[in-house]
Design a protein around this ligand. Structure first.
Ligand SMILES: O=C(O)CCC(=O)C(=O)O
Length: 321
C-alpha cells in the first residue's frame, strides 16, 4: 500500500532539492553580488538593462558611486547636522544592545524585542552617538518615509532615481533616513519592497540570502516584549500581553551551518545597492553611518510572488509570508 503522505513529503523534499540545485547552477554559482560603475547607469538604455538583468531575475546589484551626484554625499555628516539642525526634534529608537526588532535573551529565554521609541533634539542624539555609552544604543531608523515626512528640508540634497521609478513604473512608496550607532544591527528579515539603498556617509555591511532559500531559513515563534525607560544604568521591559511573532532564529554572525546561501557585501559612501523584494537581509554599519533608501511596493501580480507563496507553503512556512 502506498502511504500518500510519505509519498507527498518525499516528492516535496525531492522538488526542494531540485530547486536548490537548479538555482545553484544558474543563479548562485558565483556567490558574488555584481558590481557596476555609476557610468553604466548614465546610459539611456540603463532602465531596460536594470529591468532585464536584475529586477526580472530578482538579483541584487551594487552600483559603485551611484549616488555620488547627490549633494548629500558631499554635505551630510554628524557635524553638518550639529551645525544646521541642532534644535530639530528627531524620533529614534533606543535599545540596550543594538537589536531593535530582534531576538534577545531575557530571564533565560529568547524573546522578540521591540525598541523604545523616543524623541530628542538632533544635538542630543549626536552627543549620544559621540559618547557611545554602554547599554545605550541609538538609531534613527523609522521606516515610515521619515525623510519626506520629518526632514523635508533635506530633500533638495537627494533625488529620486528616475531609472528606478521608470523600471518599476511607479513612485517610491517610502523614502527613509537612517543614522546610527555602530552597535545597532538590523536582524535578518525581509520586506515586501524593491529597495534602492544609498549610503551617504560611512558604510553598511549587508548579509543577504535569496528568497529561494526560504526552506533553509529557520523561524521560531517568540513572545513580543518592548524595551522601556532605557538608560545606561538599566531598562524596563513591557510585556505585550500574549502577542507572538514568527522571526528568524538564526544569527548569521554566529550560526553559519545552514544551507541558506549567504552573500556579504559592503555598501560604501556614495554607493547604491539594489536589494530585490523578499531577499533576506541582515545589516551592520560604521559608527554615525548615514543612509537613505527608496522603497517601491512589490508587484503582487508578478508570477515570482505567486511561486514564492507556493514555496512557503511547500516548506511549511505560509505563516511567515
Ligand atoms: O540599514 C538598516 O539597518 C536596515 C535596512 C533595511 O532593513 C531595509 O532597507 O529594508
Amino acid at each position: 500500500m502506498c502511504d500518500n503522505e510519505a509519498l507527498n513529503s518525499s516528492l516535496i523534499a525531492e522538488a526542494l532539492k531540485v530547486l536548490y540545485a537548479e538555482t545553484e547552477d544558474f543563479l548562485y554559482r558565483n556567490k558574488e553580488i555584481p558590481e557596476i560603475s555609476y557610468l553604466e547607469i548614465q546610459q539611456d538604455t540603463w532602465p531596460i538593462i536594470f529591468l532585464r538583468d536584475y529586477v526580472s531575475r530578482n538579483f541584487p546589484v551594487l552600483i559603485k558611486g551611484g549616488a555620488n551626484h547627490f549633494p548629500a554625499v558631499q554635505k551630510w555628516d554628524s557635524q553638518f547636522f550639529m551645525n544646521n539642525y541642532p534644535e530639530k526634534i528627531v524620533t529614534l529608537t533606543v535599545t540596550p544592545n543594538g537589536y531593535a526588532d530582534g531576538v534577545a535573551q531575557f530571564q533565560e529565554e529568547s524573546h522578540f524585542f521591540l525598541p523604545e521609541e523616543v524623541q530628542m533634539k538632533f544635538k542630543d542624539f549626536l552627543t549620544h552617538l559621540k559618547e557611545k555609552r554602554n547599554n545605550y544604543v541609538t538609531y534613527i531608523q523609522q521606516q515610515n518615509s521619515n525623510l519626506t515626512e520629518n526632514y523635508p528640508e533635506l530633500l533638495p540634497d537627494i533625488e529620486e532615481f528616475k531609472w528606478a521609478s521608470k523600471a518599476f513604473n511607479k513612485k517610491p512608496d517610502a523614502i527613509n533616513f537612517w543614522m546610527g550607532d555602530q552597535r545597532a544591527v538590523s536582524s535578518m528579515h525581509k520586506d515586501p519592497y524593491e529597495n534602492i539603498y544609498c549610503v551617504i556617509d560611512g558604510y553598511k555591511d549587508f548579509i543577504l540570502i535569496p528568497p529561494v532559500d526560504l526552506p533553509y531559513v529557520p523561524y521560531e515563534k517568540y513572545l513580543v516584549k518592548r524595551y522601556k525607560h532605557v538608560t545606561p544604568e538599566g531598562f524596563d521591559v513591557e510585556h505585550c500581553s500574549n502577542e507572538t511573532i514568527y522571526w528568524i532564529s538564526e544569527n548569521p554572525l554566529i550560526d553559519t551551518h545552514s544551507l541558506a546561501r549567504k552573500y556579504h557585501i559592503r555598501v560604501c559612501k556614495g554607493d547604491v545597492l539594489y536589494l530585490p523584494s523578499l531577499w533576506f537581509h541582515h545589516v551592520r554599519q560604521s559608527h554615525e553611518c548615514i543612509a537613505v533608501n527608496y522603497w517601491y511596493d512589490i508587484e503582487y501580480s508578478d508570477l515570482k510572488y505567486c511561486f514564492y507563496k507556493m514555496l512557503a507553503s511547500l516548506c511549511g512556512k505560509s505563516h511567515v509570508v
